[in-house]
Design a protein. Structure first.
Length: 560
């Protein structure tokens, strides 16, 4: 029995075919398209290019290569752009509040462009942190033949005989504040740490999500870790353009790729690679988009059975370029498959299963980036979910970056990130303190800022192993130390974090998965009742709309 031929122009035909659509063709001919191009399937190239950061700076060139591949395979590419907000550039400012909000705007804008122009297929190009889940969330909503391509990581900088990343600069700021580094040395490091385009080099949020989506199958296997400036990246992009035309021919849609099993594969990848806590937030949001049941505690269960295998920054020795040279994401997938931790039958965007692709991994002789199963960095993965009277809906800890599993001490409470950073700079945070930063949640921020400026400064001051921190905001993937983020419910929604006063005794216990303050339930309830969050910084506009509609971090901070 022959396969039914896919109508590859089912969507664009409505836009461009027939006498009654003459005006639409006239518009397109005026800007260079001809009749032959308008008779081909149209492929939307959703670009997150922006000139305001290195992560996405090079994506125009990536888009041109993708379009070349689409044309070679018989399609007509049409590029459009969306926004992108750099977590790194905006870190520590009010601008950082735009970062998580941008994930929703990216998803919404891609969805609107594709629905409006009725493209037959889509390639979404991502790079910086929120562009990656934003792109995939949009593809899931649209559920038309599509894939996501990651623009690739930056190369490491070179400073005084060693590789450095932007993480070193953030931590150097703390060293400078404490007198452990001169201003001249800080400036010299600044001039060497970020040598060109590409996303942050460690297993921070961008590379975490790129790896996760590659193993999930919505990104072509082996494509993501090719560095942004590597000569092979253009060929990777051409092949992605060709591939999307095959995906269209096969009518292979995201709903067949993004499943409960493939999401579990992605979570295992985050855990095995020591990835960012933001993986929790973004995979919960994607599951919500796809109507897949996923709970925050599922991350803890998967992490418990997944060894930490990748020796990657921020807590390890290597960066994305090193992972690429060691064998890339296919090598990580092969380790998970070997351990029985991969749903091998999960389908990927090239039509093969992830198990088949993992079996083709090529491991570089002598590589030290991805450990063998017999010698993991840790027996369990990089994430833990804590609960307790401070976090009834949960909080996320990245255990890959610390050996401490328990700390207790007096609370030092701050109503925003700026106040906490000022305390760190003035050397008023002491060993044993538990720093509490609130009103930085999805609604209270609004936008759930990352606290890398604070956490890196603590490390830079030499307090990284002596101080714990909890917040209803987020952490960068570059954060290390005993830090609990995503504390939910948040202060602005009446969460118990609002009840904490300076000096209250707080206990972190990762082994017991608890986050507690020594207060009775009645005392917490009474304090919360009399607590008022500060007035919002944005009385109108997109931030106000977001604050009113966003869900708890424990549900992925989604707005629908």
């Amino acid at each position: 029995m022959s396969k039914t031929k896919t109508d590859t122009r089912a969507r664009s035909r409505v836009v461009f075919d027939g006498p009654e659509r003459s005006f639409a063709r006239a518009y397109m001919k005026g800007i260079g398209f001809d009749d032959e191009e308008l008779r081909r399937p149209t492929v939307g190239i959703a670009n997150t290019w922006i000139e305001a950061m290195p992560c996405n700076y090079h994506l125009r060139g990536i888009a041109e290569s993708i379009k070349e591949g689409v044309r070679e395979a018989g399609g007509t590419p049409m590029e459009f752009n969306t926004i992108a907000v750099s977590d790194g550039v905006t870190m520590g400012t009010q601008g950082m509040k735009a970062s998580l909000v941008s994930r929703e705007v990216i998803a919404d804008s891609i969805e609107l462009a594709v629905r409006g122009y009725q493209f037959d297929a889509v390639v979404a190009i991502s790079a910086c942190d929120k562009t990656i889940p934003g792109c995939v969330m949009a593809l899931g909503r649209l559920d038309i033949p599509s894939l996501m391509l990651y623009g690739g990581s930056i190369l490491p900088g070179r400073w005084r005989g060693k590789d450095v990343t932007i993480q070193d600069v953030f931590e150097a700021i703390g060293a400078y504040s404490s007198g452990r580094m001169s201003e001249e040395d800080l400036y010299d490091l600044e001039n060497h740490a970020s040598p060109g385009p590409g996303a942050c080099g460690g297993q921070f949020t961008a590379n975490t999500m790129a790896c996760a989506f590659e193993v999930m199958g919505i990104t072509p296997m082996g494509s993501g870790m090719v560095p942004a400036v590597d000569g092979a990246k253009a060929q990777v992009a051409i092949e992605a353009g060709r591939l999307v035309m095959q995906v269209l021919e096969d009518d292979l849609r995201p709903s067949r790729i993004i499943t409960r099993e493939s999401i579990e594969n992605a979570i295992a990848t985050v855990c095995a690679s020591g990835g960012s806590t933001n993986g929790v937030l973004h995979l919960l949001a994607l599951a919500h988009e796809m109507g897949i049941e996923l709970e925050i505690d599922d991350f803890d269960q998967i992490s418990e059975r997944t060894p930490l295998l990748a020796d990657l920054k921020p807590s390890g020795r290597f960066v994305a370029k090193d992972l690429y040279e060691a064998g890339g994401v296919p090598l990580l997938a092969s380790r998970l498959s070997e351990a029985g931790l991969l749903h091998d039958d999960a389908l990927t965007v090239d039509g093969r299963t992830v198990g088949e692709l993992a079996a083709e991994a090529n491991e570089t002789d002598g590589q030290e980036v991805v450990r063998p199963l017999s010698n993991p960095l840790k027996q369990t993965g990089g994430l833990a979910i804590l609960r307790g009277n401070l976090a009834p809906e949960g909080a996320v800890v990245k255990v890959a970056g610390t050996e401490r599993m328990r700390q207790e001490g007096p609370a030092r409470v701050f109503e925003c990130e700026e106040d906490a950073f000022a305390a760190v700079k003035s050397n008023s945070i002491k060993p044993g303190d538990v720093v509490v930063i609130r009103n930085e949640g999805p609604s209270g921020g609004p936008g759930m800022r990352e606290m890398l400026q604070v956490t890196a400064a603590l490390v830079g001051e030499g307090l990284g192993e002596d101080v714990a921190l909890l917040t209803d905001g987020r952490f960068s993937g570059a954060t290390r130390g005993l830090m609990a983020g995503h504390v939910a419910p948040e202060a602005a929604r009446g969460g118990p974090i609002a009840a904490v006063h300076d000096g209250d005794h707080i206990v972190f216990d990762v082994n017991e998965r608890t986050l507690q303050v020594d207060l009775s339930d009645d005392e917490i309830a009474g304090r919360v009742e009399h607590y008022a969050s500060p007035e919002p910084s944005f009385p109108k506009g997109v931030m106000t709309k977001y604050a009113a509609s966003v869900s708890s971090a424990s549900r992925g901070a989604v707005t629908i």
